[in-house]
Design a protein around this ligand. Structure first.
Ligand code: SF4
Length: 394
């Protein structure tokens, strides 16, 4: 089975990425034909303004992939922008994808929600002004050919000025907060690229005629859209693309140091690039059961993020004992965290060493990506040739 998946290069990987995604990819590469893509063009859909770190982010991502066990001998590791066929098929798919399919995409809809509030507001504002504008025009001494058209034009101009004032900060900040709108979302996210990114995702999959795509539940609408685009193309030009299946993967909720979901934006993540000392410091700062204030207090391992890590990284025979001693109060949180750190380090140490080794070479990552992209491109060119023939393009 041909499997494809990808990641945006947004920085170094943390434990959450490994447990949620990469661990599954590593097991897939054993038995399937696997393509893993660094989705650098996707990184631009929301991060187009600041591209300073994109090359370094690509490099760091691939270093992490290799250190964690993705094997360029077994999987095709490639860079999206090195396979220009993605751009050509994106253009062709853009021609056949109804705009409404994209507007119903939940990610877009959620973002657009804020903007719709603005449109509601604009409509209310226009409604309230209409009588005033009518009255104003009626009082003018000059004759107007088309009063209704002028009325609409005036309302347009005033309503636009109102929305602009809203975003320029001339209106009450509290009001903006209540409306749940922000300048950034209005101007920066509502781009053509952001609306169209699910089409680019469909391209990423269909260009390689992938049969399966490992995804979390939140990505299911994108796979469905890919299937719809494939169906539409096949219907218009003849059978060309297989409809890919979603390989639903259970993504465990990996807590960060503060107990919330591990995420770069919360500043609670443990990275594979962290030194031993950095990891120790982070582990010792982990949130625990808030009711267990000191050694002797009984604890509740089932709600403690540290205990979740014990289940993942501490030898099984010790985990039961930790659970018992936490509940009885015999074990204190400081000792418990130290034990967890030891187990975690046993897992992290070889990855860190491999990371260092890969990082030493300035070319290694680019060589891997160049070779992987060459292999990916062969397949992509074959698909594009077929697409052009089906569409009667020269
Ligand atoms: S003893 Fe360990 S498992 Fe129990 S609350 Fe403290 S850190 Fe958590």
């Amino acid at each position: 089975m041909r499997v494809l998946s990808g990641m945006r290069p947004t920085g170094k990987l943390h434990l959450g990425h490994y447990l949620g995604v990469i661990k599954n990819w590593i097991s897939l590469q054993k038995d399937h034909e696997t393509f893993f893509m660094v989705a650098d063009w996707h990184a631009l859909t929301t991060g187009y303004k600041d591209t300073k770190h994109i090359k370094d982010n690509i490099r760091q991502l691939v270093i992490d992939w290799i250190a964690l066990g993705l094997d360029p001998e077994k999987s095709v590791l490639f860079l999206q922008s090195m396979v220009k066929e993605h751009a050509e098929l994106f253009l062709l798919f853009a021609m056949i994808t109804p705009k409404s399919w994209l507007e119903w995409n939940p990610t877009y809809k959620d973002t657009k929600y804020n903007l719709l509030r603005i449109h509601d507001l604009e409509l209310t504002f226009r409604g309230g002004l209409r009588d005033l504008v009518k009255e104003f025009l009626a009082r003018q001494p000059f004759r107007v050919e088309d009063t209704e058209a002028l009325e609409e034009d005036l309302l347009d101009v005033i309503a636009q000025a109102f929305v602009k004032a809203l975003f320029d900060g001339k209106l009450d900040k509290e009001m903006l907060r209540k409306l749940n709108v922000s300048k950034r979302e209005f101007y920066e996210v509502d781009t053509y690229g952001f609306l169209g990114y699910p089409v680019l995702q469909a391209v990423d999959i269909l260009l390689y005629k992938a049969e399966a795509v490992p995804v979390g539940e939140d990505q299911l609408p994108h796979i469905e859209l890919t299937r719809e685009i494939a169906r539409r193309f096949n219907h218009l030009y003849g059978e060309t693309f297989p409809e890919p299946q979603a390989l639903l993967t259970e993504t465990p909720r990996v807590p960060g140091t503060d107990g919330r979901k591990m995420s770069k934006s919360y500043g609670n993540a443990i990275y594979f690039a962290d030194s031993e000392e950095e990891v120790k410091k982070k582990v010792m700062s982990f949130f625990t059961d808030p009711q267990k204030l000191r050694k002797g207090d009984p604890g509740r391992p089932e709600i403690c993020p540290v205990f979740m890590y014990h289940k993942l990284f501490t030898p099984h025979e010790k985990v039961e004992e930790i659970e018992r001693d936490c509940r009885s109060g015999k074990l204190g949180c400081v000792d418990c965290k130290r034990m967890m750190w030891e187990g975690l380090e046993t897992f992290l140490r070889p990855i860190r060493e491999k990371r260092r080794e890969v990082e030493k070479s300035a070319h290694y990552v680019w060589d891997i990506l160049t070779e992987g992209s060459r292999r990916a491109r062969e397949l992509a060119q074959r698909t594009l040739q077929e697409v052009r023939e089906k569409m009667n393009l020269p």
